[in-house]
Design a protein around this ligand. Structure first.
Ligand code: NAD
Ligand code: IPM
Ligand code: MN
Length: 352
């Protein structure tokens, strides 16, 4: 029997609705594979911020640094400015636990039609590899002359050789293990310092991995090509902000932002990695019990894979695929009338 200790951070809104389905699936698949999960739940959220003045305690990261993995729902709620809630919880976890690779796979699944009429199931299967700790997400900058006509805001982007290289290395190795294609998202025609540097490092890695077919696209052209021909992509690697935007676009191409998973990886294993759906707290549907749990369940499957249980991970995704392909059970974002619980029960029933 293998026991894993998991830090659970449901967070805000539908975050708390999609994590119980993920845990139920983990518990059931675990039984077949001799795995047990010990969950420690942390109430770190906007509600905590309002009560206690901080999204998490000062020693929050110390409390979860020895867990095997972190499963997070979503963070952010309209009562707290987003930059306060996110820089108070999600972003410090990613940065201080050196989760510098954010893997966001996208597949058009059988039974979930893409809004793009030409994107058939099975024909779209790519991974966005998002640089996750630097780039455009930096605290360097400031606001000046508040309230005056001269008011201004400056935000610096930080790209380091070490930071870009390590995520490129991961992305090229991933491409080599898949279909051998990589597309770098750039904007070196408009952003004159950071993006030409990014391109130079991409060229270094392209030379290092001759077996990988490396192309690059300006981000504006790339989003159009993803809509026009999503089947051509294998791995897309991008900076923190480009990767963020690409991953919601890709989720929509696959039918709903509710289905997309994410793995925030600390590849060296010195800190826990964090698994979370791509979507946010969805205030517009929170509390109704209708959130699509696939993103969270798929993230839990990625966690199983990361923890060394690829068969269990595969069974979870096979069960999700079976429900989508063989039944009409769907949450409203996919055109159905099922609740989060209905869908979860169907997945549990479909597990071997
Ligand atoms: P969002 O992802 O919460 O919602 C966008 C749209 O997608 C909404 O219409 C929502 O109803 C729908 N949606 C999202 N997840 C769904 C699901 N599982 N099932 C069905 N429909 C779903 O994005 P937003 O509105 O930009 O952000 C809301 C809050 O969440 C903000 O505070 C934002 O900062 C935060 N956020 C957090 C994370 C995170 O924790 N990783 C990610 C994105 C946004
Ligand atoms: C995501 C989210 C976060 C990000 C926000 C909420 C800070 O959009 O995980 O994709 O931009 O990384
Ligand atoms: Mn995002």
């Amino acid at each position: 029997m293998t026991q894993h200790r998991i830090a659970l951070i449901p967070g805000d809104g539908i975050g708390a609705e999609v994590l119980p389905p993920a845990c139920a699936v983990l518990d059931l698949v675990g039984k077949r594979h001799g795995l047990t999960f010990g969950y420690d739940e942390f109430d770190w959220s906007c509600a905590r911020y309002l009560n206690e003045g901080a999204m998490m305690p000062a020693d929050g990261l110390d409390r979860i640094r020895r867990h095997d993995a972190i499963l997070l729902g979503a963070v952010g709620w309209p009562c707290v400015p987003d930059h306060v809630s996110l820089w108070g919880l999600l972003i410090p976890i990613r940065r201080l636990f050196r989760q510098y690779v954010n893997l966001r796979p996208i597949t058009v699944l059988d039974g979930v039609p893409s809004p793009l009429r030409h994107a058939a199931s099975g024909a779209v299967d790519f991974v966005v590899v998002r640089e996750n700790v630097e780039g455009e997400y930096s605290e360097i900058g400031g606001r000046l002359n508040r309230g005056f006509p001269e008011e201004m805001a400056v935000q610096e982007a930080v790209f380091t050789r070490a930071g870009v290289s390590r995520v490129l290395d991961h992305a090229f190795r991933l491409a080599a293990s898949r279909r051998g294609g990589i597309t770098s998202a750039t904007k070196s025609n408009g952003i004159v310092h950071t993006m030409p540097f990014w391109d130079e490092l991409v060229a270094e890695y392209a030379a290092r991995y001759p077996e990988v077919d490396c192309g690059q696209e300006h981000i504006d052209a790339l989003v159009a090509k993803i809509v026009l021909d999503p089947g051509r992509f294998d791995v897309i690697v991008g900076s923190n902000l480009f990767g963020d935007i690409l991953s919601d676009l890709a989720a929509a191409v696959a039918g709903s932002i509710g289905i997309a998973p994410a793995a925030n990886l600390n590849p060296e294993g010195e800190f826990p990695s964090m698994f979370e759906p791509v979507h946010g707290s969805a205030p517009d549907i929170a509390g109704q019990g209708i959130a699509n749990p696939i993103g969270a369940i798929w993230s839990a499957s990625m966690m199983l894979d990361h923890l060394g249980h690829p068969e269990a991970a595969g069974e979870v995704m096979a069960a999700v695929r079976t429900v989508l392909a063989d039944t009409a059970v769907r949450t409203p974002d996919l055109g159905g009338t099922a609740s989060t619980d209905d869908f979860t029960r169907a997945v549990l029933d479909a597990l071997p």
